[in-house]
Ligand binder design. Structure first.
Ligand code: IVH
Length: 669
């Protein structure tokens, strides 16, 4: 009987590994997502029922865990060397000639590959199973990030095919695709969190996260470019990688073996242009002597191998004059210094302005007005100033750029919060761009969604003194705005009706619309569910706020600060008088009980009657709190059909009660 079960488990695992490979490595799925999920659930069920068959490389292990884990330091079996870098074609020729000379006239091939711009990883496979994943660290030893790496679908947990050595290492790059990077930054911007400068930083930051569930959600990708070990099938590096592709690794299809310098330069020139169409960031080309025997002959220097070199693409860069530095005040009061430049061509667009980021960067550049500065458009979104050409300075140096101390819009003394690089204007309620920004945020689609009103109209109304804050909108009359800036009476009526209609927008979106720092749409939604009305939210203590899911100290403090400000209280009360929704609607408040008051509940497994989200909602509606990880504070675990084995172990160790779905429903009925 058990043998049959084991067969079934093996069958499911093999099939799921294959489908995972088809989807993430080949980009060619052969079954629907639904069928995939069904198979996965079937496997999860079986693994739960038969824990004796739990396996670290099972496809079910890719979900990650929210249990924080410190990384173990691991020494690399073979040091992770870096490559000698060059930006010049002459150096490439020199490398080629040197190799030729050292090999004493032997024929040789150079394998040309893309240089992926992520963070490097070393994977150890034993008997075809991924046993360890380690970051580069200092080259000698790195962090054991195996649990995080397991969530990356492009990395095989178990190999397919035949012919792989019993034990070997695979090295490559962990990457965040452009689309994932852009989406992540968009979300961070919404939550007013600092943005990642480029996909490389985002990938390495993610890989070092202590929460592998978060890593799983970030959708990292990976290309492998180096097989390392004894008993490899071929002498050729290229040939070994082709073999590795058959074992299930994601290998770039854009490698090419070249024999002549001309072929190498053709490859470089082709990819310098074509790389812009790739889904991931690349920053150069790597040239490797293909034969491993020849590699061994050429050997390594202390830092890098003599058999390889990296040619880095010139970051697109231009030299131009700095005319002045202006300062922008954002919606949150953050001050951005902007370099105003002589217009210059840079990767297809004319650049006149570039970000100078913050005061420290300006100081580090020792910037003077009139300096010739380098502007770059790298992986970053906004062009930036990366250096000053000090040779072109004349004795009559322009004025040194020093960061302003007062807000350019309202004159208020700027502040710098601890741990932040930016300066802020603290005059949130009376600084014009902050007010306009606050109103623009208030009317935006995800907030009050007021049709017909946009930034220009807000600016116009503000300049004319018609509105000073969001509450003024509700006093506007069509006759007041008709005729302004060619506005017809129809548009005027539309705007006023749009404003009136926003009175129906539900409580959670009103919370979001207030523009409390760090309270994005998701947090606002949770707050709108957790508090019956604005008075409860405004009166909540830090502890109460922090007991709400997703609300940490930073958000809690920001909410407290918001309601501690008299002007905000006045705004809220005027908006309330205007008829906005400042309490949870009937349907949300229905069934509200205290049955789970002070209970901290972890949900785990697959359920029969309700989805996980529904259970989450039920817990909150009954006064309980849902958290992700088990700790001594957990009151009980609401366990469905196949609670994860790690959670089960932990619960048992801490002696925490496990409640079934039926027990739970009875408890709150
Ligand atoms: S080979 C001993 N191939 O570039 C050679 N590296 O400084 C090992 N990289 O740390 C590296 N794409 O993170 C190699 N196709 C490629 C690469 C590549 C990106 C990175 C890697 C390494 C750095 C070299």
């Amino acid at each position: 009987m058990d043998l049959l079960i084991k067969d079934k488990i093996d069958q499911l695992r093999t099939a799921l590994h294959q489908h995972n490979y088809n989807y993430y490595v080949l980009n060619a799925p052969t079954i629907s997502d639904k069928d995939f999920d069904d198979m996965m659930h079937e496997l999860q069920d079986l693994e739960e029922q038969y824990p004796e068959y739990v396996d670290e490389t099972s496809p079910t292990m890719r979900v990650g865990s929210d249990l924080s884990s410190e990384f173990k330091q691991v020494k690399h079996k073979y040091p992770m060397l870096s490559l000698a870098n060059t930006y010049s074609e002459d150096d490439v020729s020199e490398f080629y000639e040197r190799v030729k000379g050292l090999l004493g006239g032997e024929n040789f091939e150079i394998c040309c590959e893309l240089k992926f711009d992520g963070t490097s990883i070393s994977l150890t496979y034993e008997q075809g199973r991924l046993v360890q994943a380690v970051t580069r660290g200092d080259g000698e030893q790195g962090d054991d990030v195996t649990n995080n790496v397991k969530t990356i679908h492009a990395i095989p947990l178990k190999l397919t095919g035949t012919g792989y050595p019993d034990s070997f290492e695979m090295r490559g790059e962990v990457l965040m695709p452009w689309t994932v990077f852009e989406q992540l930054n968009k979300e961070r911007e919404e939550r007013e969190e600092p943005l990642f400068a480029n996909p490389r930083n985002a990938a390495s930051g993610t890989l070092k996260s202590q929460n592998s569930q978060l890593v799983a959600s970030r959708k990292l990708d990976s290309y492998l470019y180096y097989v390392l070990g004894e008993n490899l099938p071929h002498d050729g590096h290229y040939e070994n990688l082709q073999e590795a592709a058959r074992w299930g690794f994601k290998i770039s299809k854009n490698m090419k073996k070249c024999r002549t310098l001309q072929e190498i330069f053709d490859y470089i020139n082709y990819w310098d242009i074509e790389r812009k169409n790739l889904p991931v960031a690349t920053d150069g080309i790597v040239l490797k002597v293909n034969s491993r025997r020849q590699q061994l002959n050429l050997a390594n220097t202390a830092k890098s191998p003599r058999w390889a070199i990296a040619y880095k693409f010139q970051a697109e860069r231009a030299l131009t004059r700095l005319n002045k530095v202006t300062y922008q005040v954002g919606r949150t009061g953050a001050i951005t210094p902007v370099a105003n430049l002589d217009p210059v061509q840079l990767s297809g667009t004319v650049v006149k302005r570039a970000s100078l980021h913050n005061a420290d960067i300006i100081e580090g550049l020792d910037l003077h007005i009139g300096d010739m500065v380098y502007v770059e458009k790298g992986g970053e979104i906004i062009p930036k100033i990366t250096g000053v050409d000090k040779n072109s300075r004349t004795p009559e140096l322009g004025e040194k750029v020093s960061f302003i101390t007062q807000c350019p819009e309202c004159g208020t003394e700027l502040v710098r919060y601890e741990g932040e690089a930016a300066h802020y204007c603290p005059n949130q309620t009376a600084c014009p761009p902050q007010i306009k920004g606050m109103i623009e945020h208030f009317i935006s689609r995800k907030a009050m969604n007021i049709d017909g009103l946009g930034p220009e109209t807000v600016d116009l109304f503000y300049r004319l003194g018609l509105i000073h804050d969001p509450a003024d909108l509700y006093d506007l009359k069509a006759v007041q705005i008709k005729g302004l800036d060619r506005m017809g009476s129809k548009s005027a009526v539309n705007i006023v009706e749009g404003i009136a209609k926003s009175r129906e927008i539900p409580f959670d979106r009103v919370i979001f619309a207030l523009g409390i720092r760090f309270v994005g749409t998701t947090t606002a939604k949770i707050l709108g569910k957790s508090f019956a009305n604005i008075d409860q939210l405004a009166g909540a203590s830090k502890e109460q706020l922090m007991s709400v899911e997703e609300v940490g100290e930073k958000i809690a403090q920001s909410i407290i600060d918001y309601f501690a400000d008299e002007k905000n209280i006045r705004l809220v009360s005027r908006l309330r008088l205007a008829g906005l929704q400042f309490s949870r609607s009937e349907s949300d408040t229905a069934q509200q009980t205290d049955k789970l008051k002070d209970q901290v509940i972890v949900i785990s497994g697959v359920f029969k009657y309700h989805s996980r989200d529904e259970y989450k909602e039920l817990i909150e509606k009954n006064g309980g709190k849902n958290t992700g990880s088990i700790s001594a504070k957990t009151s009980f675990i609401l366990a469905g059909e196949n609670m994860g084995p790690a959670k089960y172990e932990k619960a048992k160790k801490l002696g925490i009660e496990i409640k079934s779905e039926d027990d739970f429903l009875e408890l709150i009925s």
